[in-house]
Design a binder for this molecule. Structure first.
Ligand code: PLP
Length: 378
């Protein structure tokens, strides 16, 4: 590998995770993994292809540029856009055959005009506000928008969705239960008013794993499709209910290689701000990766793996360089592989551990790995 840093993605792990989800939800339901945020850092197009080859039915993206990239690369599966589509992008969205979430009259009006012009049927999904207070509409407004959509002959209401606010942060799921009840109430209200919703969906990873009653006709797993648990709380909640694990396998390993080895005496400062002083004669390995790449400058007590052993980061993380202590790894030499995130021998830097060092969550740890860094599929 002639790159300074790269990400290895295990296709086998992704295939395994999709199989796990299919087993959990059963046949006949739409499995729609989320490939937004560069497929949670795993690489948009190739990961999407592996998902589809492994039995996923649809793909969820956040924005039109992601849908454009998938279509350009020959992906013809249904694409569901989770995020806001600007009015000026609606025509492209329709040309790309995207399913859109709608919660504004302005969007519906413009979509109706464009769909008619293109001779297409725009498939839209309503979004019910059930307690997250980001996208979506409360019941009365939802019904009003649904009735408005019905006045456009080129728009079809294909789905109704909502999103849980507090399903992975706690082992007490009462808030999620209230949200589910509100979702069911929204479904009933629409159906009582003659608005048929073929595809109802609300389940993210935690909901899929913990609550079969959230599966409806489609599920939208993100983090767990990549083999990571949404949180410790979800893991614990699952373990309380089930004797056997799910068998998720993390798919991502992030690597770099040693650029220089240097010996420095005790009492020397390392890096910007002179924040670290060596406590012993030290051998440092200089690594060509930094916060520009997504190796967060705020990481505390972080280490990397070299020859299956821990090498602690010394001094401040720079934009493109970090320094690690290899005093106890005498075999380390220039261009040896270094694992920044993932397994090496018996050691493992999980996304959860990496996230803990950065004071964040596993979602951010993998999505922040710079998109420019090559993804290699193994
Ligand atoms: C609307 C929506 N659905 C599904 C997901 C997937 O969530 P998770 O990664 O927790 O499975 C997300 C992720 O943020 C989302 O925003």
């Amino acid at each position: 590998m002639n790159e300074l840093t790269w990400v290895e993605v295990s296709k086998g792990a992704i295939r395994n995770n999709i199989r796990c989800f299919r087993e959990i939800i059963g046949k006949g339901k739409i499995l729609c993994p989320c490939v937004k945020a560069n497929a949670y850092g795993h690489g948009l197009v190739e990961t999407a292809e592996v998902f589809l080859d492994s039995g996923a039915d649809w793909l969820a993206v956040n924005a039109i540029y992601e849908a454009r990239s998938l279509r350009k690369n020959g992906v013809d599966a249904p694409i569901y856009v989770l995020g806001y589509v600007p009015l000026d992008s609606l025509e492209e969205a329709l040309r790309l055959d995207c399913r859109l979430v709608v919660y504004n009259k302005e969007t519906v009006e413009k979509l109706g005009v464009i769909a008619e012009k293109l001779g297409k049927i725009a498939k839209v999904h309503l979004k019910a506000e059930t307690g997250n207070n980001r996208q979506g509409l409360a019941e009365e407004n939802l019904l009003e928008l649904a009735k408005f959509i019905k006045t456009f002959k080129n728009i079809e209401i294909e789905g109704l969705s909502t999103h849980f606010a507090n399903i992975e942060d706690m082992t007490d799921h009462s808030y999620a239960e209230v949200q589910l009840a509100k979702f069911v109430s929204a479904i009933n209200l629409l159906e009582e008013n003659g608005i048929n919703i073929p595809i109802k969906h609300c389940a993210n990873s935690a909901a899929i794993l913990l609550f079969p009653e959230t599966h409806f006709q489609m599920v939208r797993p993100g983090i767990a499709a990549y083999g990571m648990w949404p949180s410790n709380e979800t893991y614990l909640s699952y373990a309380r209910k089930h004797e056997n694990g799910v068998g998720l396998i993390p798919a991502l390993t992030w690597k770099t290689k040693i650029a220089q080895i240097k010996k420095i005496p005790q009492g020397e400062f390392v890096g910007y701000g002179c924040t670290y002083k060596t406590t012993h004669d030290t051998t440092l390995a200089i690594l060509p990766v930094g916060y520009y790449d997504g190796y967060d400058r705020g990481l505390k007590d972080a280490y990397v793996l070299i020859h299956g052993k821990r090498a602690y980061v010394r001094g401040r993380i720079c934009m493109n360089i970090i320094m690690v202590d290899v005093t106890d790894i005498p075999e380390a030499k220039i261009e040896d592989d270094v694992t920044l995130l993932g397994k090496d021998g018996d050691e493992n830097i999980s996304a959860e551990l990496f996230a803990k060092w950065a004071g964040t969550i596993n979602y951010e740890a993998t999505t922040r790995i710079n998109d420019r860094i090559p993804r290699i599929y193994v």
